[in-house]
Ligand binder design. Structure first.
Ligand code: BES
Ligand code: MN
Ligand code: MN
Length: 461
C-alpha cells in the first residue's frame, strides 16, 4: 500500500471542497416539483465528477415510467482490476427542503464556511458524503493510474422521497449491479473523535391521514357546536395512536419485533453517552420522552416509533379567521425495526384508525412511501477492512452503532443483491440533518475521504 492517493487527496483537498460548494449551490430538492430541472442539473454534475475521476460507462439512468415521473440515477463503473473484489458505492444527490429559510444563518444554497464547518442544505446529507466517494476514486486513479478494486457507483436523486426509482432498478437490473459488497456513506459517527460503523437502520412507513367533516368550510360561529371539526377529530385520533409513555397503542404493533442481542446492548452501554448532554445540546427540550424502560439509544435505534410531521389545512395564515375547515390532514410516519414489515404495519394502523374514527367525520389513510428495516452482518472481510481503515485515520478503535434513520435502498442491497453492506458515514450528531443550518465538519470530509481511500486499498491488497 502506498500513500500516494492519500497525499493526492491532501494536496487537492481545498479544490474538492470548492467543487462540493458548486454542487451544493444546485437546489436539488427532490420533493419539490418546481425543482425537477435543478435535480437533473445535480445529477449531471455528479456524472461529470465521475467522468473526471476516470470512471467509465458514466450515464444517467432514467427512472420515469408511464405511471410516475422520477429523478435520474447516476451510474459509472471501473472494472479493470481482475481478481479483485467489486464494490458498489451508493449515495444520493437529492436533498430535503430547506424551509424554514429565516432560521438559516447563511442561505441554504449559498455554501458558507464557518469555524471549520461547511454550511448548506445537503452538506452532509448526502452531497458532501457522496462527493467523498467520488474524490477518493479520483485520488486513487490520478495518483496511481488505476483502482485497487473494481467499482460500480450508483447515486440516486430520490432518497429523501422514498427511493422508488432505484428500488425498481435494483429489482429489474440487479445483474448490472452485481458486486461483492456495497459501500454507503450516509450515516453518522457516534462522536467527533470516534470512528464509527453503522450496522442497522430503521425502516419506515410514511402516511397521510385525511379527515373530512362538512362538505364545505363553515362559519364557526354559525355552525360551531353542531358541525364536526376535522382538526379536533384528527387530534383525537393522533392522541390514541401513542400513549403518554411512548407506547404505540395500535393492536399487534409490536408483534414479531427482534430484540438486539445481549452483546449489542452491552456494546451500546459502553458507548460514551450522556443523556443530559444529549438532551441539552442536541434536542434542547425541557425533558426527553419515550418508553421509560428503554435507554435513549434503544428508543432511537431498536424500538419503533410514530411521529407527526405536519398538519396542513384549515387556516394557518397571519391573524385570525373563524372557520370550521371541511377537511384536515396529518403527515404521519412510523419507524420500523427488524421483525416488522411495512405492509403489515400499515394494515394494522389503517384498521385501527378506521375503528377509532370519531363520530361525524370520515377517515382515510394513505401510504406515501415505505422502506424495510435492516441489520447488516458484521462478520465479513468488508466490515473488518472498513473498521481498520477508519481506525488508521482516527487512531482509535472503531465502534459499531445503529442509526435511527432510514435509507430505503440499503434493505434491497442486503436482501435483493445479497451483498455485505458497509455503512461508513462521517456526519456528526450536531450536523442538523433535515434542519436549518445543516453542516459538514470539513475535517471529517478530509478524514472521511482518506478513510475511503484506505478502505479500497485494503480490499485490493
Ligand atoms: N441519511 C439519512 C438517513 C440517516 C441519517 C441514517 C442519520 C442514519 C443516521 C437519509 O438521507 C434520510 O434522511 N432518510 C430518510 C428516509 C425517508 C425519507 C424514506 C429518513 O430517515 O427520514
Ligand atoms: Mn441521506
Ligand atoms: Mn436525509
Amino acid at each position: 500500500m502506498s500513500d500516494k492517493a492519500v497525499a493526492f487527496a491532501q494536496e487537492n483537498g481545498e479544490r474538492f471542497v470548492e467543487e462540493l460548494k458548486d454542487l451544493l449551490r444546485i437546489p436539488s430538492v427532490s420533493t419539490d416539483p418546481e425543482r425537477v430541472g435543478d435535480v437533473r442539473k445535480a445529477a449531471e454534475f455528479v456524472a461529470e465528477g465521475l467522468r473526471k475521476a476516470g470512471l467509465e460507462n458514466v450515464r444517467l439512468i432514467e427512472t420515469s415510467t408511464a405511471e410516475r415521473k422520477g429523478h435520474p440515477l447516476v451510474y459509472g463503473d471501473w472494472l479493470k482490476a481482475p481478481g479483485k473484489p467489486t464494490v458498489l458505492c451508493y449515495g444520493h444527490y437529492d436533498v430535503q427542503p430547506a424551509e424554514p429559510l429565516d432560521e438559516w444563518k447563511s442561505p441554504p444554497f449559498e455554501p458558507t464556511e464557518r469555524n471549520g464547518n461547511l454550511y448548506a442544505r445537503g452538506a452532509v446529507d448526502d452531497k458532501g458524503q457522496m462527493w467523498m466517494h467520488v474524490k477518493a476514486l479520483e485520488s486513487l486513479m490520478s495518483s496511481t493510474g488505476s483502482l485497487p478494486v473494481n467499482v460500480k457507483v450508483l447515486v440516486e436523486g430520490e432518497e429523501e422521497v422514498g427511493g422508488e426509482g432505484i428500488e425498481a432498478f435494483v429489482r429489474e437490473h440487479g445483474d448490472v449491479l452485481k458486486a461483492d459488497a456495497a459501500l454507503v456513506s450516509d450515516t453518522e459517527m457516534f462522536a467527533p473523535d470516534l470512528p464509527t460503523l453503522c450496522v442497522g437502520l430503521r425502516g419506515m412507513i410514511y402516511t397521510e391521514l385525511e379527515v373530512r367533516g362538512a362538505m364545505v368550510d363553515l362559519h364557526s360561529g354559525m355552525y360551531g357546536g353542531a358541525a364536526p371539526n376535522p382538526f379536533v377529530a384528527l387530534a383525537q385520533i393522533i392522541a390514541k395512536l401513542k400513549r403518554e409513555d411512548g407506547h404505540i397503542a395500535i393492536p399487534g404493533f409490536y408483534d414479531g419485533i427482534e430484540e438486539p442481542t445481549k452483546a449489542e446492548l452491552d456494546a451500546w452501554r459502553a458507548l460514551p453517552f450522556e443523556e443530559e448532554h444529549y438532551r441539552k445540546t442536541e434536542v434542547g427540550s425541557p425533558e426527553l420522552v419515550g418508553e421509560p424502560m428503554f435507554s435513549v439509544l434503544e428508543r432511537t435505534w431498536s424500538r419503533p416509533t410514530m411521529d407527526v410531521h405536519g398538519m396542513p389545512g384549515g387556516f394557518t395564515g397571519a391573524g385570525a379567521k373563524t372557520v370550521i375547515p371541511a377537511k384536515a390532514l396529518a403527515k404521519i410516519s412510523f419507524r420500523l425495526v427488524p421483525g416488522m414489515k411495512p405492509a403489515e404495519t400499515f394494515a394494522k394502523y389503517k384498521s385501527f384508525v378506521e375503528q377509532i374514527c370519531p363520530r361525524g367525520v370520515s377517515c382515510e389513510v394513505r401510504m406515501i412511501h415505505s422502506g424495510e428495516p435492516i441489520v447488516v452482518s458484521t462478520d465479513n472481510d468488508y466490515i473488518a477492512a472498513a473498521a481498520e481503515a477508519m481506525k488508521a485515520v482516527w487512531g482509535k478503535e472503531t465502534v459499531y452503532v445503529r442509526g435511527g434513520g432510514s435509507i430505503p435502498i440499503v434493505g434491497d442491497f442486503v436482501r435483493e443483491l445479497g451483498i455485505p453492506t458497509v455503512l461508513m458515514g462521517f456526519g456528526l450528531p450536531d450536523d442538523n440533518l433535515h434542519a436549518p443550518n445543516e453542516k459538514f465538519h470539513l475535517a471529517n470530509f478530509h478524514r472521511g475521504t482518506e478513510s475511503i481511500i484506505r478502505f479500497f486499498e485494503r480490499l485490493g491488497a
